[in-house]
Every structure is written in C-alpha cells, then in structure tokens.
Write a protein that binds this ligand. Sequence first.
Ligand code: SF4
Ligand code: SF4
Length: 318
Amino acid sequence: MVETFKDRLKRVSRRYIRFDTLQTLQLNLGTLCNMRCEHCHVGASPAGQKVMGRPIIDQIAEIVKRIPGIALDITGGCPEMNPHFRHLIEKTEGSARRIVRSNLTILSEPGYEWLPDFFREQRLAVTASLPCYLEENVDRQRGKGTHARSIAALRRLNQLGYGTELELNLVYNPGSDFIPGSQQLLEDAYRKELADKYGLRFNHLFTLTNAPIGRFRAFLEGNGSYERYMNLLSSRFNPDAAENIMCRTLISVDWEGVLYNCDFNQAIGLPITGSGGEILTIGELEAAARSGKELFLSDHCYCCTAGEGSSCTGALVA
Ligand code: SF4
Ligand code: SF4
C-alpha cells in the first residue's frame, strides 16, 4: 500500500479526518455470543469474557438522557446475551431511537424466547445479520442450521409487525475477500427471494464490507490474501464515500466504558485519547465528540470507503 488512509482522506478534504456532530452512540455490550462466525471482527463466541456490567450501563443511561435526539445502536457480541440487556433497554426508554443488532439465532436459543415480544414492546428497531438469502452460503459462513433458524426468527418478527409497522433491516457481508456489489440491486434480490420463498418482509438491506481485522484478518493471512485484499480496498477508494464515514457522527463505547471512533477501532484497541494522550471513557463523551476533533484512523479504514462505501447503516453513496 502506497498511501496511508489518513493522507488519502486529507487529499479529498481536510474536514473528513475530523469529527462532525454526535448522532449515534454505539454500545458494544461485550464478546459473549451464541455463535462463533469466521469473519467476526470482535472475536465473539460462547466463551466471550468481556461483558458490560451494570454500573457502566447505568452511567450510559444517565448520560444519554442529557443528549436529546441521540440514537443508541446496541451491539456485541450478541447484545441480548448480556445479563443486563433488559435493564439497559428499560433504562433508556424514551430515547429518540434504539437499534438492537441481532444475529437472529439467539431468538431461538432456550431461555431467550421472550426477546421478540420485548423488542416490540420497547419499539426497538432491529438490524439483523443475514449474510445471504441462500441457505448454503449462510450456513457455510455462520454454521450449519443458521439459515433455517434465521428464517424462523424473521417470520416471528414479521408476525409482530417488524418489516411493516416496526423497522427491520438486514445486513449483508461478503462471504470472503471481496467488496459488496450494488446495495440496491442486492436489496432487490433479497426482497424478491425472501418474499417468494418464505413470504418474508424487511425494510432495507445494509451492505457491509468485511474489515481486515480480527478473525477475518487471520483468515486472510492464513490463505496468503491479506495484501491482495488491502490493495483491493485501496484501489477501490471512493472519494464520494469519504465525507460520510460513520466515525464523523458516531462514537462507540466498549464493555468497560472506553470510547472509540467505531467498533472496528474498538476491536483493534485504538481508543480515542485526549490532548494529553489519556484514554477517554464514557464520562468524557463530550470531549471525545467535540466537533473538529481529529479521528483515529488507520489502514483498516479503507474498508469504509471502497466501492459504495460501508458503515453500520450500509453503503455510503448508494
Ligand atoms: S459475527 Fe456476530 S453472530 Fe457471529 S460470532 Fe461475531 S458477534 Fe456473534
Ligand atoms: S474503520 Fe472506523 S475509524 Fe476507520 S473510517 Fe471506518 S468508521 Fe472511521
């Protein structure tokens, strides 16, 4: 790679390497998950040890109350497995918008059957992983039986009004080392396939480029394609996506309350620091989200600007 991501961004606009305004607080509740997917950038699994505790959750809920209009984007791991998940949702009732990122299979795990009704009661928006509409691709990427369980979960959510009265979005990510194609075309294909085969509805499909970090990086290095993938990301740099990189309007919080520019930075341990180099935590959200504060960027960031761009809410220029 010839140029750092930060330099590349600066060539488009010096503004783009700086924070704009806080619109979304993303809460990563930890690495506990009922699955163990190959591409997982946070390395989550049933043995995940990082679990956000109640004191941090309470602190976040108090802070959020003071920021009108902010969206809460709740992720993990599998956020629903955090023992304080219900408490967090109840404490943040009244927030402008709350999104839960669900892997769908958790909804059929014993002991978690209450979740869909709870989502509805609390009017949570659901953003659900479904890396393909084809069974063989989903099962290859996420484990045997995942597709069938995901379809059953989507059916239940549809019955409760998700996909019509309540928001249900799906997330696609490539099964290997390539960049997603057109988000709109893929959404059309998902919509047709899921409706025709299973009678399912959803609102939007978000395409997400795999970040070259964590388990996915290990996979790339293992088959000798890391360099090739990085070159692909940088060669497909899209200046139009640069203005909208999500870290200009989002702050991510980890299980211990440490702040990051995004979940990817969190996964690689690149926190937001203050002027003296000190790591900022949730109590210092205002300082971390100051307009004009320089972002903490590295070369994995090329995954956000390749092709149509990529973010937690899908393509950036679709
Ligand atoms: S990708 Fe999602 S569902 Fe899979 S292990 Fe990671 S957190 Fe769990
Ligand atoms: S990886 Fe994170 S910090 Fe880098 S450009 Fe993407 S959102 Fe911003």
